[in-house]
Design a protein around this ligand. Sequence first.
Ligand SMILES: [Fe+2]
Ligand SMILES: [Fe+2]
Length: 318
Amino acid sequence: MTAAIPAEADWDRAPGLLEGAMDLELTAADCNLRYWLQAVPQGTLRGRPDGHDPALEVGPHMLRGPFFEAITQEYAFRALAEEKATRVLSYLVPIAPDTDSMEFYATQVLDECRHAMVFRNHLLSLGIPRERLARAVEEFAAPHQDTVLAPLERRSLEIMRDRRDFIGGVVMMTIILEGALAPAAELSERKWRPLDPAAAEIDKGAGIDEIRHLTVGAAIARQYLLDRPREKDRVIELIHDGMRMWEELPTHDMVHWREVKFQEGLDRHGDLVGDYEIWPGRRLVDTTPEERQDTAERWSDEMKAKRLKYMGLAEALA
Ligand SMILES: [Fe+2]
Ligand SMILES: [Fe+2]
């Protein structure tokens, strides 16, 4: 008999990323190694080793022109970001204070490594030859390597590897890095859905994992601070530093460029999306780059506020 797959990890029953990250409560004890083995390889990933249904193919409108430019730059950036997350996050495993959180972070390392793989390999479906793949990832992501990825990586290594600061690392991941990127991932899934369904499935699968990373990360931070209230001021300071750093990074311009390219594609291939609604009551063809970006930024603020309150860190919003 096969074990039941928990709803939050089930392909057909899982909530959306934003909804799941804001409304579910999962702890490291819930999501230990045993849970992961049954829920992820045998659940979420079943039949989708590349992150999507193998029958889905990429259409010719994606293989050149503005959609190609937008998605290759986005996916290369995300592949590199996930790869860096994998490497940095592995420093949390040896300093995790108990078995459940040690197991949970070991599974998250594997999840992030898999995300890097599926984002990177989608470039193959978009026509990049395998022998050029590693170089292509570097080239497409190059505009944001030094300005966005490198500073985030440096700060994360400083906290997790050099200072061996467990709670600092948890907060950096769950609030600054994954917390800030989740709404962009949700937007990506919604906007690529009618145009590149394989990409949308890759986003959806990564989003299911992300619900777990965000909720468990928040639960770990919450409990840690309940047990060690004297650490709270230090953690709030860390969050402020992280937020300030995020504000100074040119991520807004990066996302804006992608949305402008996406718009050019939409102007050319609007017939392909028909009446598809990006969110209830709003047709994708009627949206603008600014509207899509503003919406994702609003989701980001709402999510941050709700999650910080749950962690007992509402003061960090001031
Ligand atoms: Fe990830
Ligand atoms: Fe993650």
